[in-house]
Design a protein around this ligand. Structure first.
Ligand code: NAI
Length: 352
């Protein structure tokens, strides 16, 4: 394998690994390790160009530094990408990728992301210790949804003076691993839901589904109608870029907290939401539950725990306090919640 070091301002280390035999073309970016080894998943995606892949790796790695710091973890931020155009998933591919990870001597720890499955992680684990998520107790959507539930409670307390969601209307976009669990956590509180999903099968939940939960008060709308519905809180749990010039003027909610990554089309849209007096819990705070389940084992290896484990629960519950702090500070200083979150994270990972 050919390993090339790439110098990028603001990043501790960036490497590209190319292996002709397996078709591996991977980038690993380590943004910051002041708090601990850089943790971030491996994305397996078709990229059209080297530039596109490198930029995606850099953006995601930096995002992980902020997410891990905000989540209160002793972990830095990094990310890996593999270009799916050139590389078919084979045991040899994962072995080659693990070799690239090993070459960073534990400074970067990999895990799952878009396009990588638990089976892939188990292959990687055969060749490196610097991986987690391969023997997860449950999919990370449960912990992500739980921390999101805490974020929504904090948003409710801030907006309406009570953390109870009783009588609130919550609009949920996407009923996947995160969205459906969010509904389960909230539904104990007599919430009215308005939901949508592009996959109609997700709307018709069957009692034989092991995660079936009888929805009490739930209304379905077409995917493009979810932005227009009158609700207290909007929770995007599907795709990125959905808070933009087209959708923001339509919104009829007072607050937003969702599981989806990169909800804002750009940071400018945080300003647009503020102008409309809509309080936005940044995605990388609201959806940090998935990284919170990671813990250190034997002082070095990282493992995944269940969201039910007390130490994990404690961290997940703290998301409530962080969201409260961010919202209050935003109101006080008139800065966007993104600016406040970034400041809190930077204070944590920048040596004083
Ligand atoms: P998932 O793939 O299980 O569910 C996504 C759901 O959204 C699917 O049911 C899909 O049909 C639906 N969907 C896609 N496009 C849509 C649209 N335009 N309108 C309405 N519905 C649409 O994914 P999962 O795990 O629930 O994740 C949801 C989001 O949260 C993703 O953006 C993911 O990157 C992010 N996230 C997930 C974490 C996790 O632990 N699962 C952790 C952090 C972020």
């Amino acid at each position: 394998m050919i390993i090339t070091e790439i110098s990028v301002d603001g990043y501790e280390q960036v490497v590209r690994g190319q292996d002709v035999a397996t078709g591996l073309d991977a980038y690993i970016a380590i943004h910051n390790t002041n708090l601990g080894p850089a943790l971030g998943g491996c994305r397996y995606l078709s990229y059209k160009s080297e530039e596109e892949q490198l930029n995606d790796t850099l953006r995601l790695a930096k995002g992980m530094t902020y997410k891990n710091a905000l989540a209160g973890l002793e972990l830095g931020g990094g990310k890996a990408t593999i270009n799916a155009w050139s590389a078919t998933k084979t045991p040899n591919l994962w072995q080659a990728f693990a070799g690239l990870v090993n070459n960073l001597y534990g400074k970067y720890r990999t895990s799952g992301d878009f396009g990588t499955t638990m089976d892939d992680l188990q292959e990687i684990k055969k060749h490196t210790d610097f991986v987690c998520g391969h023997d997860a107790k449950e999919d990370s959507g449960v912990a992500t949804a739980y921390a999101l539930f805490k974020s929504i409670q904090a948003l409710s307390k801030f907006l309406y003076g009570t953390r109870s969601l009783k009588g609130r209307t919550i609009a949920v976009q996407g009923l996947g691993k995160v969205g459906k669990r969010l509904i389960e956590f909230c539904s104990k509180e007599e919430v009215k839901f308005i939901v949508t999903d592009t996959d109609r099968n997700r709307l018709k939940r069957q009692p034989e589904d092991p995660t079936y939960h009888p929805y009490i008060d739930i209304e379905y709308v077409e995917p493009d109608k979810i932005y227009d519905v009158e609700c207290d809180i909007f929770s995007p749990c599907a795709i990125g870029g959905i808070l933009n010039n087209d959708t923001i003027p339509k919104l009829q909610c007072k607050g937003i907290a969702g599981g989806a990554n990169n909800q804002l089309k750009s940071d400018v849209h945080a300003e647009s939401l503020k102008e409309r007096n809509i309080y936005y819990v940044p995605d990388y705070l609201a959806n940090c539950g998935g990284v919170i389940i990671v813990d250190k084992e034997n002082g070095n290896n990282l493992i995944d725990l269940s969201y039910k484990v007390p130490i994990v629960r404690e961290r997940l519950n703290k998301v409530y306090d962080t969201v409260t702090e961010v919202l209050k500070e935003s109101k006080k200083t008139n800065q966007t919640t993104i600016q406040i979150c970034n400041e809190i994270a930077e204070k944590r990972f920048t040596p004083q």
